[in-house]
Every structure is written in C-alpha cells, then in structure tokens.
Write a protein that binds this ligand. Structure first.
Ligand code: WT7
Length: 634
C-alpha cells in the first residue's frame, strides 16, 4: 500500500486478508476455533443469497463461551466487570461471580417457563443485571431483545409487540445527572399494550415501595434467592438467533436485526482481538450503552468471550463535573477507551484543564465509533488524551454488521493513521465503493459503500420480515450488501465514510429514521403533515429539524406552546434522542409531482445552499414559505 511517497508495510494484515479472501470457508473455519463448540460444523459457510448460514451443523453455547470456559482456568478470580455508578459507588464482579449469577438467572427464566427460542425483552440501564440477563438468556437458548432504557413507553411497546416477547426484565429506576427517573411509570404505560408479556422481573432499586401484579410480576432478588446454582448450558445450532436488536430504517417502524450465535460470536471475538489485541493486563472501557449494538458486541460478547476485564459505568460522563470520564479512566486504570466523537467533542468543549488533573498514563489505545470523527476532535483525542502515544482506532460498522468492518487492525500490527478515515477493510470484509449502477468508482470519487460477500458477523435476517430484509440490504446491488453509507476510497486504499445515503439521521452516534419521526409527528392531532431533515451540529454531529403543517384549527395557537407540545410528544413517543432542535410551521412542503416530499431541498435550505434543480417541484411557493420561515428564525 502506498501513502504519498511512502510505502506502508502492512504485511501481517495483507497476509491475513489474502487468506481470508482466497478461501473464506477455510479461513473462517480456522477463526471459529476461538470458541469452544459442542459440535464442530459440517460446513463453514452455506451462502444462499441473501442468507448465509455460518458454521452449519455446528452447535455451541454463548454463555458457556463468555463465562464457563474462563472459570476453568486462570481467570476464575479475574475481574470480569468493574461497575461504577454515578453516585461514585463501585463494585467488582469476578468471572466466578458472574458465572454464578448467570446460572441462577438462567434458572429463574426456566422457572418462569422460558424455553429455547422464546424472546426476552431487557429494558435496563448499564447495570450488571442487564449483562447477567443477556447471558442467562443465551444459556438456555432464549433470544434477548435489549431495548435502550432511554426509549419511551411507545417505543418499548412496539419492540415488545413486534418481537412477541414473553418476558420483560427491567428495573424501576434510572439514575441520571443526580436525579432518579421513574422507569416504572414508563413501564406501566407500555405494558398496557403488550399482550404477549407473561411475566415481568424487576431488579428493584431505591426505597420507594411499589406493588406487583401477583402471578405476573416479580422482584429479581426474590426469584434469585430460590434459584438453582447451576444450569446446564443448552448447545444451540450455530444459526440459532442469539438476539434481536431493533434499529431505525428508512421506512416507518424500526427493523428487528437478528444475529445468530456461532457467526456473530466468532466475529465479535475476532474483531475484538484484531482491533485491540487484548492482553490479560487490559481494562477495556467501551462507553456505549448496552441498548445499542456497540454495547452488545464490545461491552458484552467480544470482551467476555476473550475473558477481558470491562468497565461498566451507569451515569453521565460529565457528571457531577466535566472530568468524570477521566476520573474513571484513572481510578480503574483503563488501558483501552472506546467512545464516540460526540462525547469527545463535548469533553473537548469543557477544555483541557479537566483532563490534566488526571493520570491517564494507563491508556494505550483510543477508539472512536458512531460517525466520522472530525479532524479537530481526532487531534484533541490524540494529543490531549493519548499524549501522542495512543493510536486512534476509528471503527466503522453498523447494527447489521455485528462487528467492526472497517478499522485499523492494531491488534495485528501498527497502522499509519489518517484522521477521519477508519483505514482499511476489516479482515475478510470485501468492501467496494460503487456508483448507483453498482460499478466501482475511481479512487477519491464518492460512491456507495457495499460488501461483496458474506462475513460471519452479518445479520442473519430481519425478525419475521424476509421481504424487508431483501429490500433494505440486498436488492439494490444484486446480492451485495448495501450499507446505505457513502464513502470514498483514496489513492492509498484508505476508506473515508461520509455518512448515510438514505433518510436516516445520526444523532450523537445514534440512528434515527426521519420517517419514524414524521410518523410520530403526524400521530399528534395538531399535525397534518411533516418532514424531518438533519442539520449539522457541533456536538451531536446532526440534529433533527422538523417542518410541520398544522391542522387548520391549531394554527392560531401561540407557536411556542405548539412547539413545546410537539417536543413533548416526540420525547414521549420516540424518546429524548429524537427531539427536534428546531420546528418550523409552514403551509406547504416542497413535493415532487408524484407527491413525495423533497427532503433534499429542505436540507439544502437549512444549510443555506443553492437549491439546484427543482423542475419536479409541484409548487414553488412552498419553497418560498420555507425560506421565509428560516429567515424569520435567524
Ligand atoms: C451507522 C450505523 C455500530 C456503530 C454504532 C452505530 C455510522 C458508525 C462510524 C464511523 C463513520 C460511522 C454510519 C453507519 N457510523 N461508525 N466510525 N465512521 N460513520 O450503529 O446505529 O447501526 O449506525 O453509523 O453511518 O451506517 P448504528
């Protein structure tokens, strides 16, 4: 590979990559030996586009791989989870303790009638019980469906109903910025509409007493008290779903991305190692919430499969003071910190003085994920945090990819970095950048990022939705995986991901569909029509901006009140991450003659750009109106 005049020697990476692409079956078959299997597979890959069966005929158990195998050896008393709460309290769970808890909770689930293939929804913040519940599900072959605890009751109910979940594992309180948030209220509302739920388990916190519905609702501690201390891990077929995780798409409702056991766990384990090159001294802290894929792969499955020590922090990273995150790094001797550009930008804004009072010398690697990292944030992270000694691992991937797919393979060898590029295609990932017809574009030309062949971490499908699976990922480029991201490959082979090519926003590294927000806005009685677009934001990367047509009789109401009401509505139906930064009231929206809202035009407007070709616009006056609204706003 060449960068400018210098040739980069990436022999080890290139050698592995060559092997992986020359004979994927053989290669991945060798890699899958990083796990303990109950039965070896007959065939490493059975590719029947657009479905891939990885390690067909093999069986294994994920919880066995993440806990049991470590307690048989030297890691028995090693810290698995160092957990810290916002109030400063800390606890440690060793691998043996984690093993005990997982077994007991697996028995609790069995006693509640959970069987292999049943779906268990977990709605919990970053508390150890959440990880215990995830692993307990996998121990008995149940499929977990973790719902981010910041989601509203409607969002929770939708995810429970779509997955037909039988059990809900949750808690009554959230602690955030020194406040207690009443989750029970959100749960009670959600559960009114969830008929599939037979039992609810509350990991109760706080002093407030509350009543449980007898025969249906239970306290975690009480059930654990009577639970057996060992449950035989159930070997499941490699393709058996390990979990469902809902993510936003271009159309209405969120998609239930399904990940299989064998392929996903192999990929989580190997990318964990190839990216970070873990050793027994490491303390790995990925700040992502377990409600997102990053939390699944790099808080839970990747690190635990490798027997690493992780930090689990429940709270805001800038509370009570802006140096909270640095204090945690110092106190627990974090060696690898993996966070998001939005967090880096926020901490950067507080300034260096909050960093310099802490000893960050334990750090050896710094990770970034969720969106492209802007060079200014990259440099700050590199200089002020890493003291120019820690490589920045910018890892590009998606809920659907299961693990990193473009990342510097630092665990294999050192890699020359370019701020803002996630560097090279991951091992075994056959990436290309193509035009809209699927033809490869030249170096330095923007195109669509696709993956040309299957990999073990790829989604196994969408929950009960074959049609949408094909349409969303495989139809556009004929059985090649479409990421829906734009990218550039530069003259040295570095990939630069530029952002989504579809109508999905990236707010603080979280995906949120414009269609989802529009759907919720029009579900409010005041709203006749709406269009949502993203606007760049210094800290969050992007924020939603809503254009709304009100129903006639609400047009005379004071606009501030209507805005406040709509913001509340979004917070209640979607959750705080969907909150529009601005709402504009208009009488018309720019549309094509076929009636499609032209979001691209609205976007250009809020960016103050030239509008370009509007020949398909139905009515030019609508544009004028939007312009005027924006002028008034300034
Ligand atoms: C979308 C996936 C799995 C990561 C957490 C979000 C964007 C993610 C990067 C990066 C540029 C990135 C893409 C992608 N994205 N990481 N390092 N550089 N863009 O997972 O919610 O499934 O979102 O996040 O646009 O498609 P997700």
């Amino acid at each position: 590979m060449k960068t400018g005049d210098k040739y980069i020697m990436l022999e080890k990476y290139s050698e592995l990559q060559q092997k992986a692409l020359d004979d994927p079956e053989k290669f991945w078959g060798e890699q899958a030996k990083c796990l303990e299997w109950d039965k070896t597979w007959d065939k490493a890959l059975d590719w029947n586009p657009p479905y891939a069966k990885w390690f067909k005929g093999g069986s294994l158990n994920a919880s066995y791989n993440c806990v049991d195998r470590h307690i048989k050896g030297n890691r028995r008393n090693k810290a698995a989870i160092i957990c810290e709460k916002e109030d400063g309290s800390c606890g440690i769970l060793t691998y043996y303790e984690l093993y005990r808890e997982v077994n007991k909770f697996a028995n609790v689930l069995e006693n509640l009638g959970v069987e292999k293939g049943d779906v268990v929804t977990i709605y919990m913040p970053m508390m150890t019980e959440a990880i215990i519940a995830m692993l307990a599900c996998s121990r008995i072959g149940a499929i977990h469906n973790v719902v981010f605890s910041g989601f509203s009751s409607d969002a929770l109910a939708d995810r429970i109903n779509d997955s037909k979940s039988k059990i809900l594992v949750t808690t009554n309180l959230l602690y955030r910025r020194g406040k207690e948030i009443d989750l029970k209220k959100i749960l009670d509302k959600a559960l009114l509409n969830c008929n599939s739920i037979k039992h609810v388990v509350y990991a109760k916190r706080g002093i407030e007493e509350f009543n449980l519905v007898s025969g249906k609702e239970y306290f975690w501690d009480e059930l654990m008290g009577g639970a057996k201390s060992y449950v035989e891990p159930v070997p499941v077929e490699s393709e058996h779903p390990l979990f469902i995780l809902y993510t936003s798409g271009t159309t209405g409702s969120p998609k239930g991305v399904v990940h299989s056991t064998g392929g996903y766990l192999t990929y989580a384990t190997k990318t964990m190692d190839w990216t970070w090159g873990l050793n027994e001294m490491d303390v790995f802290w990925c700040t992502a919430d377990i409600g997102w894929i990053t939390g699944h792969t790099y808080v839970v499955y990747g690190p635990l499969s490798l027997g690493a020590t992780i930090v689990l922090y429940e709270g805001a990273i800038d509370y009570p003071e802006p140096d909270r995150l640095w204090g945690i790094v110092e106190n627990h001797g974090v060696t690898i910190l993996y966070t998001a550009p939005t967090a880096i930008r926020m901490l950067m804004m507080y300034g260096e003085k909050w960093v310099n009072t802490h000893d960050l010398s334990t750090l050896r690697l710094l990770g970034s994920v969720g969106e492209p990292i802007n060079p200014r944030a990259w440099k700050w992270y590199y200089k002020v945090i890493g003291k120019e000694k820690c490589p920045i691992c910018d890892c590009y991937w998606q809920t659907e990819t299961g693990g990193h797919i473009i990342y510097p393979p630092i665990g294999i060898q050192s890699v020359p970095l370019k701020p803002g590029s996630a560097t090279f295609p991951g091992i075994g990932i056959d990436v290309d950048v193509v035009d809209n017809e699927g033809n490869p574009v030249d170096a330095n030309v923007k195109g669509n990022l696709i993956i040309k062949r299957p990999w073990p971490g790829m989604l196994a499908g969408l929950w009960n939705n074959d049609e949408r699976y094909r349409a969303a990922y495989w139809d556009r480029f004929k059985n090649k995986f479409s990421t829906s991201d734009y990218a550039i490959k530069d003259q040295d082979g570095y990939i630069w991901v530029l952002g989504r090519s579809d109508e999905v926003l990236n707010v603080s590294g979280h995906r949120i569909g414009t269609a989802e927000l529009e759907h919720e806005l029009v579900s409010n009685k005041m709203v006749a029509e709406s269009a949502v677009v993203g606007k760049p934001d210094d800290v969050k990367g992007e924020v939603p901006v809503a254009f709304v047509i009100l129903n006639e009789k609400y047009r005379e109401l004071p606009s501030n009140e209507v805005k406040a009401e709509l913001i509340k509505h979004i917070r209640d139906t979607v959750g705080p991450i969907g909150t529009p930064a601005m709402i504009f009231f208009v009488n018309k929206l720019p549309k094509t003659r076929s009636g499609k809202i032209m979001r691209r035009i609205l976007k250009k407007l809020i960016m103050g750009e030239e509008i370009g070709d509007v020949t398909t616009l139905e009515d030019n006056t609508s544009l004028e109106e939007v312009k005027k609204e924006l002028e008034d706003f300034k």
